[in-house]
Each structure stands twice: as structure tokens, then as C-alpha cells.
Write a protein of this length. Structure first.
Length: 92
């Protein structure tokens, strides 16, 4: 049984450069988005009410939805639960 040689398609050098360039752009955008998300996290920790335990952000082509969850100290005490807010502080 003879092995057939593998046919490797010829790729244009410019096509390779376009793919590499696209990958670099995506990597840069991803890094920039990640940095902005970290900035948003810091801003939320500073300015959200002390009872805020979570923030959910949903984005698609049609809408931006921003939802928060708060837990009051009285609720937590009545349930016998300890919880930190988004700033990492205990809710008391």
C-alpha cells in the first residue's frame, strides 16, 4: 500500500499577513476591552450603594440592560447570612 502525498494548498503571502493583522487587531481590542471592564469595576465599587452585592450588564445589538442586586443588613441578619458588597466590604 502506497501513501499518497499530502497536497498543501498554496497560500498567498498577503493572505497570511491579513490573517495575522486581524488576529493582532482582535488581541488589541480584547486587551482594551478588558482594561475598560477593569476600570468599570473600580468605578462601580466606588459609586454603587454599600448594599449592592452584584451588577449584571447585558449588551446586544438592540439593548443595554443594567441590573443590580442589593441586600439590606436587616434582611441578612434575619436570614442569618453574612455577605460582602461589590467593594468587598461586609454589609452590616
Amino acid at each position: 500500500m502506497r501513501c499518497r502525498p499530502i497536497q498543501i494548498p498554496r497560500i498567498q503571502p498577503f493572505a497570511i499577513l491579513r490573517v495575522v493583522r486581524s488576529a493582532l487587531i482582535i488581541k488589541t481590542m480584547t486587551r482594551e476591552i478588558e482594561e475598560k471592564l477593569h476600570e468599570l469595576h473600580e468605578v462601580l465599587k466606588l459609586y454603587m450603594p454599600k448594599e449592592t452585592t452584584s451588577v449584571n450588564i447585558f449588551i446586544n445589538c438592540e439593548e443595554l440592560r443594567f441590573e443590580t442586586s442589593q441586600r439590606l443588613p436587616e434582611q441578612l441578619k434575619s436570614q442569618g447570612v453574612s455577605m460582602k458588597n461589590i467593594a468587598g466590604e461586609w454589609i452590616r
